[in-house]
Structures are given as C-alpha cells and as structure tokens.
Design a protein around this ligand. Sequence first.
Ligand SMILES: [Zn+2]
Length: 285
Amino acid sequence: MLVTLNEVMKIAEEKKIAVGSFNTPNLESLQAVIGAAEELNLPVIIQFAQCHEPWIPLDLIGPIMVEAAKKTSVPVCVHLDHGETLEYLEKALEIGFTGIMYDGSILPYEENLQNTKKAVAMAAKTGASVEAELGSMGKRESGSGEAGGDDTKIYTDPGQAKEFVEASGIDALACSFGTTHGIYLTTPKLDFEVVKKVRDLTGNIPVVMHGGSGVSREDYHKAIQAGVRKINYFTYMDKSGGNAAAEYLKSLNTEEPVFFSSISMAARDAMKENVKAAMKMFALE
Ligand SMILES: [Zn+2]
C-alpha cells in the first residue's frame, strides 16, 4: 500500500529500527525491492534521484513506482531522492510521490532553509512528507566527485540542525556523520555522537543516513541505536545486479545466443537477495 514517509518513519520509530530506502531507476531494481519487502513483510521506501534522470526520466518511472507501491501488501513510500530544484519536487508531487527530499546542502545555510521551507509548503498540499539535508556527504548521489571525494565532507552541526528543523518544519533530516555516496575507498569512520545530539536537540527527528552501502553490520546497528530511521542504500545493490549479469554471460558457451531478458532476470534476482540482506540488517533481524 502507498503510504507517506511520515507513516513509514512512525513504524521505524515504534520498532526502533531503520527502514531501507532503495533507488529504483529501472524495472529490475523496482521488482527486486518490492519483492524483497513483500517476502520479508517489512515496510520499504522506493526512491528516485534527480541525478538518475539520464537513465530514465521521472515522468516515465515515477508513475510506475506509484502504481507498484499501491499494489503491494506492505507499506511503501515513494520518495524523491536528492531533488535539486523546486520545479523537480513539484513534478514528483504531481506524479503522486509521498515523500520528497530537497537537497540544498551545497547552498549557503539561509538559502537552503528558505528553499526547504518552500518544499514543506508544497508538500503540505498533497500530504507528502519532506526530508532535507544539512552538512555535506562529500560526493554527490551519482558517486561522482573529485578524486578522494571526501575533501568537501562537512559534518552536520547539531545546534544548527535544531534551528533548521524548527524553522523549516521538515519530517526527516539527512545528516552527514561520516558516510559517503558511492563505493568506499577507505573504511568509513562514523561519528554516532552527531546523530545522538541531533536527535536530543530536535525532539527525536528521524535521521537519514545517506551512503548506506558498504557499511559494516556493527556500524548499521550503532547508527540505528543512535537514531537513524531511514537508510539510503543503492550502490552495492546495483553492483550485485551488475556482477550477476557478468556471471551469467560468463556461464554461456560461445555458441549460445545471448538474450537481454535473461541478463535482466539474473540481475533482478541477485538484487533482490542483496536487498533482502540489507533490509534484515536494518530491521535488526
Ligand atoms: Zn544521498
């Protein structure tokens, strides 16, 4: 069933778990995530990032995501990930997304706050919930960025977070506490005190962890204990699909014909298993 981000966050808060938030920029990943959630009977967030527009336009995949969520037996939020402009957020709301993230983290604080307030007002009209970001994860969602990537990482200031949450009226806050988008080049060192302080100062706002791929089970659990309620996870799931497709191709004899549908299914099935493992970890199972 289609539910809002707030509703999913409420379930996470009650159970003291995090809900997995997976990007679904193709039908294979969409089937994988929905299938995993139904099999495990867990709530889930399916999301689409603005930077994935060149892969598939929001106009095309967005309505499919909303329809898929409606048909599902478990609570599913359809969320816009890293919306960079208010026009794009509006488009997602029109399609029926039940959560939107406005990412103004690269802007000066005041500009980020003003735009986030506008996003909150827009979402209120459709009943959708809003996630915003303070601090910077370094690399962008696309995993692109300068060599090393971490040079621009700025940890969230809990005092500023309190002010930002109160002034904007957002429903969830993406915090920077040591995670990075994309593949980790070095072992991440996470500062869970940032999360705990943000929670203490904001009356326990759900904290969102971006760059959730490639973090150890122990660190996921520590993050959830500290108050992370939404974990964005995509890179390693996408990689598992790519690996499965490569393995499938290797398994064929040179004379055998290659069918794209078979590659697609190998990728889908592998991504489902990868997502199931992540979902179980986030639900502390
Ligand atoms: Zn992100």
